[in-house]
Design a binder for this molecule. Structure first.
Ligand code: UD1
Length: 417
């Protein structure tokens, strides 16, 4: 099995560019299903999850062609409204085709996703919202079968929690519904704003994105569009922490620093020097950071997908940090790996207490999920000796050329297998 091998102790310096956001492009690929014809997405990262979503689109009848960092997607008039278990199991985000398939076909058969590496992850908000818009669901032999008798109907839907995925599925349903839809307590993430930009380019009538209340006026049909994917704030934040954890000086280009406001603020509180401008940010790491507390929350709060990387940094801080994870039950699994590297971290329910240590020591570790994988590699950059990371397919799901980019900044890192 392939592994990543890191020899710790190098100071990272230089400039690294980021590509489009994984968590935007996957939904934007699903959005193309709403309009037959030829769509083009640019600034698309070459990551495993994009390949998996391409398989989902091919399964429903699309032709997907990748050219460098572009995707050309040809959506047919007639779709096969099905996302089978082997695809949904590999990538839970495939559930986002539910809304487009219901809107276009009046029926959707999607394998019930179940949990994943981050815990139970139910989809009840998606289903309740779509039911309010006239869809009915039944679970038959593990497959969710959604049907709409005539056309989806606009409704007011209030989400119990500002779920990113539920907001997206409801947007997809609403843009082609009859009448007006209001999504109350909608997710405000930058990736939602970007998805709305794409949908608007396709002819959708939406307002309020980026706030907690989104209004959609349904239209009869949409047209294909070209769309440039918003930069990946998580990729940018990960390289920023790579600079910080090695007491280095790293500039990240192609990013939107404003989309990382809370995370950069916490880095500054930790004593990391942060400069930012239009499309770039620069991070200068101290010899040892200071402890800081943070709690993960929906945007504009601290992103749960930056939590493990930030804890890797705080594991070598002076002082004790308290972290509260509010989004996922199983996010803390990476902590066992950091502990093996010498970190002093205890957990209680959704809290972690990180007592900073002076040094980490390299050892064999596992990448339990995408961000857990990033966190152990970052810890390995700072650790004494060799860190060997297994299960790196998780890292490939979300980072293009992770090893090459870190090596270009001066890391002693390689991939085997
Ligand atoms: C997306 C991101 C993921 C990120 C998360 C939160 C993608 C592909 N994934 O996931 O990387 O960590 O946003 O920013 O974009 N919930 C329910 N019922 C539902 C839906 C959600 O209880 O029907 C709960 C979830 O279990 C979780 C919380 O709500 O505890 C947030 O989930 P959600 O915002 O929906 O995350 P995803 O869209 O799955």
């Amino acid at each position: 099995m392939p592994q990543i091998i890191v020899e710790g102790g190098q100071t990272l310096r230089g400039t690294v560019g980021v590509l489009g956001a994984k968590n935007a492009v996957l939904k934007e690929m699903a959005a193309t299903l709403l309009a037959p014809g030829r769509h083009r997405l640019t600034n698309v990262p070459d990551i495993l999850d994009v390949a998996l979503m391409s398989e989902v689109l091919a399964h429903v009848g699309c032709h997907v062609d990748r050219r460098d960092h572009e995707l050309h997607i040809v959506v047919p008039e007639e779709l096969e409204p099905e996302a089978p278990l082997h695809l949904v199991r590999q990538m839970r985000a495939s559930i986002v085709v539910l809304g487009p398939l219901l809107a276009r076909c009046g029926i959707a058969r999607v394998a019930q996703p179940g949990g994943d590496d981050l815990g139970a992850r139910p989809i009840d908000f998606h289903l309740d919202g779509l039911e309010r818009m006239g869809a009915s669901f039944e679970l038959v032999h593990g497959e969710l079968i959604g049907t709409v008798s005539d056309r989806l109907i606009g409704a007011e839907v209030e989400l119990p929690f500002p779920s990113v995925g539920a907001t997206e599925n409801l947007l997809f349903a609403a843009v082609l519904a009859k009448g007006n839809t209001t999504i109350v307590n909608a997710a405000r993430e930058p990736e939602i704003r970007d998805l709305v930009r794409q949908l608007r380019g396709m002819g959708a009538d939406i307002s309020g994105e980026g706030t907690a209340i989104i209004h959609v006026r349904g239209v009869d049909e949409l047209r294909p569009a070209d769309h440039r994917v918003v930069p990946d704030r998580l990729e940018a934040g990960t390289y920023a922490i790579a600079g910080a954890i090695t007491a280095g000086d790293v500039t990240v280009t192609g990013c939107i620093p404003d989309d990382l406001r809370m995370e950069l603020r916490k880095l500054e509180e930790a004593g990391v020097g942060v400069e930012r401008g239009d499309g770039w940010l620069r991070v200068i790491g101290p010899e040892r950071p200071r402890a800081v507390d943070f709690a993960t929350l929906p945007f504009p709060g601290f992103h749960t997908d930056m939590h493990p990387q930030m804890v890797a940094l705080l594991s070598i801080a002076e002082g004790t940090s308290v972290i509260t994870e509010n989004i996922y039950d199983a996010r803390f699994r990476y902590i066992g790996e950091l502990r093996r590297m010498g970190a002093d971290i205890t957990t209680e329910w959704q809290h972690a207490v990180v007592r900073g240590v002076e040094r980490l020591s390299g050892c064999p570790v596992l990448a339990h999920d995408i961000r857990a994988g990033a966190a152990v590699v970052l810890a390995g950059l700072r650790a004494e000796g060799t860190t060997v990371v297994d299960e790196i397919h998780h890292i490939d799901r979300g980072y293009e050329a992770f090893v090459e980019k870190l090596a270009s900044l001066g890391a002693d890192i390689r991939r085997t297998g």
